[in-house]
Design a protein around this ligand. Sequence first.
Ligand code: PA5
Length: 471
Amino acid sequence: MSDATTPPLVYDPSGVMIRETGLSPGDLAWLAPRLDAARREVLADLDLWRRGGPVPEAKQPLDAGFADLPDRLLEEYRRDASQSELGRILATAARLRAEVDRVVILGIGGSYMGARALFEACCHPYHNELTRQERRGVPRIYFEGNNVDTSAALALLDMLRGDRQHRWAIVVISKSGGTLETAVAFRLFLNLLRTQTEDQPDRLRHLVVPVTGQSGRLRDLANAIGCTATFPIPDGVGGRFSVLCAVGLLPAAIMGLDVVRLLEGAARMNHRFRTDPVGANPVLDYVGVSRMMEVRRGATIRVLATWGKRLEAVGLWYDQLLAESLGKDGQGATPLTVVNTRDLHSRGQQHQEGRRDKLITNLYAEDDAGPHALRVGRSDLDQDQLNPLADKTLADILRAAREGTNQAYRDDRRPTADLRLPRIDESSLGELFQMLMLATVVEGRLAGINPYGQPGVEAYKKNMNAILRGT
Ligand code: PA5
């Protein structure tokens, strides 16, 4: 692995192990045999899925294929370079970067949240406002088809209608190919692009890149358009576990992110998951602590407290992963992402003094600010009395807020844990994504909940279609 020296992600639950929570490191050791058994089951699921044999009814659906996806994609890329899946993704992304100035990414749920998380974490916070040169040739990125929202869709369509040179493309992502929100948006945006490229019949098929399952309506549509590049979502990789296949990798590569490092980070986490013992294994420790807090201490709400805006969409990606995977059979903790210090001024009061039903996990980077230190600065207008803080940076203030908040929680016996990334980059995010996906399936196996599939989401779809189609 090329970046073996990269410092690892750290999961530190010491803030949970305060005397009054009733949990101690010994409890984690007590749970270790069950955590080990759940790990073995997850690895056995992967073997079962790889063999492609019959899946026992109790295990269905079994979407275990995400687990070794990073290792498989990297291996294939090293072997077959441009002929590999990753090679094709990189080539298509490079072509789009050269040919267009805007990319509209259509998808919902697991078919978009990972890409959005990567965009917000790794790209310039005002990316779309920058000139092409400042963006280093990366197109402007828009997310649509993730809702039913007339004003948002209309505004984007109007803007693209004004693009006289038609330098924009569509990446449409749907595993089933039949999700109504995405399909309707695709029809709207495709119609506009077809009209704009009417006089160049060959152009459309280069400007539409579908990412979809082996069969389905979107696959049929892609064939009818004759799209020059289409990417598969492998069978056995469920929507919310798909960020490390073309679903997340193609958008990431278009954004100019280093997808190899992303996959290497994930592969590193796979290795740690397989080999490290309880007490030094971020996946198993996170599951053990979260589960014990839920079952023994009634912490049914899992707050992921992100520090700084860049990790908010990562938190929202995790909200979906946890909620759709384990919110079944009347069970499953409730995920809640907050952004601090922003939400200290909205939810902070409740988290400090409300019901004792929360476990707060802080997610932040050691290197909050990167190379850019922004100081408060000295001013002759010191009515705000900030001159004593003149040399402090925003990163110093954020750190003080984080430490102060956690101290206040501890003083009131409110448990916290820390998930620390060395920095916010592709490598750390790859580790984090893989850690949280593995943790979700381990917890499912531990709790006897099938983490795959989302039968509960079907009810609204069925009703909506019946209402619309009068069936
Ligand atoms: O996790 C899941 O499977 C879901 O959130 C799906 O990603 C979401 O419903 C979108 O489905 P599709 O990709 O089939 O359009």
